[in-house]
Design a protein around this ligand. Structure first.
Ligand SMILES: Cc1cc2nc3c(=O)[nH]c(=O)nc-3n(C[C@H](O)[C@H](O)[C@H](O)COP(=O)(O)OP(=O)(O)OC[C@H]3O[C@@H](n4cnc5c(N)ncnc54)[C@H](O)[C@@H]3O)c2cc1C
Length: 404
């Protein structure tokens, strides 16, 4: 019988964890496995807020895919997926095409702008290494120019973050850590720096207890963040944003708007001709696309309902990596024709939101944490994801060990 061909798209948390598992589960003579990714490196998406603010060396955030895969079992193709043709079991790449018997889609998400005018054109997003680099360089450039301007512009040192969810708050925590360094470097008075977070919802960090949210808000406010809650961004322009609270409209002048208020599934999946909700596919419990026996979608592109609260699981690295384990088992069962596939069961261990390198809030194994213990736990979580993919060697190379 001809060997089956497994194609995995994306080397993020979902795709790379699937590969690591599959190369353990399957022998080289059982299947041809191909991994496709835009870059020859994987980046830790959950560390991008640090790379964006400039509080971590960007090289720490990435590692080479070649160092993770077993080249005897997996062929790596560095290319960009353009289209998935499910009728002909083909993936169209920028530089060629691939056929498959089994397909795993793990190409993540893209920013959701909710149709707000001007956001796509004028705001930055924390999406990948490229966008993180742009934010980091732009912020430093504002300080450099401000320090030399004959008539310094206040909007140059006004930084707006759209969204007070996980990504927005984690970025704010890093920004307030970075700003004093930049003020010192460019001899700028810190009183001239404004950091404003605009959130349409009635609360910061939905999903965390009020006590933890109050802690996070008060810590960030003490470091100079102004929160504008229940305030919606209605437009973004090259000069700043328009916001609306009740009937009142206000203009905030800023040369730096960072949009961190949500994601939607990758449009490549939306264009496949399957049903999506905000670009995400409600997959079956075995992680396959309904009606498609040979296509799995995992990670941010998938949508699964958390029965306990009757809401979709939020898109997280934790879920993406857990789904990858089930997905690898199910593909192995299909390749070996072993019948019944396993249903995915999430095992949510908690969540920790950092507020800079030494502070955080979290809910871990049902226990509420704040301050240093939470920050410690955050680093444990960051190191754990390195361990799952690359073992102790990767943790030693890239891990976070400085706790105070
Ligand atoms: C700043 C920030 C902080 C976060 N913090 C946490 C946290 O603390 N805990 C948590 O659980 N989650 C966190 N998340 C969410 C988490 O990062 C995502 O849920 C997770 O990355 C999803 O994994 P994924 O594999 O689906 O996608 P990704 O990790 O985004 O990987 C997608 C991969 O696909 C590749 N790709 C995309 N398009 C193409 C294409 N067309 N062709 C080829 N390759 C392509 C990309 O290059 C990338 O390698 C955070 C997110 C951000 C932005």
């Amino acid at each position: 019988m001809a060997k089956k061909k497994i194609v995995i798209l994306g080397a993020g948390y979902a795709g790379l964890t699937t590969i690591v598992r599959l190369q353990k589960l399957l022998g080289a003579n059982e299947a041809d496995i191909v991994l496709v990714n835009k870059n020859d490196y994987h980046y830790e998406t959950t560390w991008l807020h640090e790379a964006s603010a400039g509080t971590i060396d960007p090289n720490r955030v990435c590692y080479q895919i070649d160092n993770i895969i077993d080249s005897n079992k997996v062929q790596f193709v560095q290319d960009t997926v353009v289209e998935i043709d499910k009728e002909n079991k083909k993936v169209i790449l920028e530089n060629g095409e691939l056929t498959y018997d089994y397909l795993v889609i793990g190409i993540g998400a893209v920013p959701e702008t909710f149709g707000i005018q001007g956001l796509a054109e004028h705001a930055f997003t924390i999406t990948n290494m490229h966008t993180a680099g742009k934010i980091r360089e732009h912020i430093e450039e504002q300080f450099a120019i401000y320090s030399k301007e004959a008539e310094p512009k206040a909007e140059r040192l006004t930084f707006v973050v759209g969204g007070a969810g996980f990504t927005g708050v984690e970025f704010l925590g890093e920004l307030v850590q970075r700003v004093p360094e930049l003020c010192k470097k460019y001899n700028v008075n810190i009183q001239n720096v404004k950091i404003i977070c605009v959130e349409a919802a009635p609360t910061v960090l939905p999903g965390f207890d009020k006590d933890l949210v109050d802690y996070a808000v008060s810590k960030l406010e003490k470091k100079g963040v102004e929160f504008k809650i229940q305030t919606a961004i209605t437009e973004c322009t090259p000069e700043g944003i328009l916001v609306k609270k009740g009937d009142e409209i206000e203009e905030i002048k800023s040369l730096t708007v960072i949009w961190a208020a949500g994601v939607r599934g990758n449009p490549i999946v939306e264009n496949m001709g399957i049903e999506t909700m905000r670009g995400r596919v409600k997959v079956n419990l075995d992680l396959r696309v309904p009606g498609e026996e040979n296509i799995f979608i995992i990670g941010d592109g998938s949508l699964m309902i958390d029965e306990a609260v009757n809401r979709p699981y939020p898109p997280t690295a934790q879920i993406a990596m857990q789904q990858a384990v089930t997905c690898a088992k199910n593909i192995t069962a299909l390749v070996r024709d072993q019948g019944q596939l396993e249903n995915f069961k999430a095992d949510i261990k908690g969540m920790v939101c950092s507020l800079g390198h030494n502070d955080a809030i979290g809910l871990v194994f049902g226990k509420r944490l704040k301050g240093t213990p939470a920050a410690f736990m955050k680093k444990v979580i960051d190191n754990r994801s390195l361990f799952i993919v690359g073992g102790p060697g990767l943790v030693m190379k890239k891990g976070k060990f400085k706790f105070l």
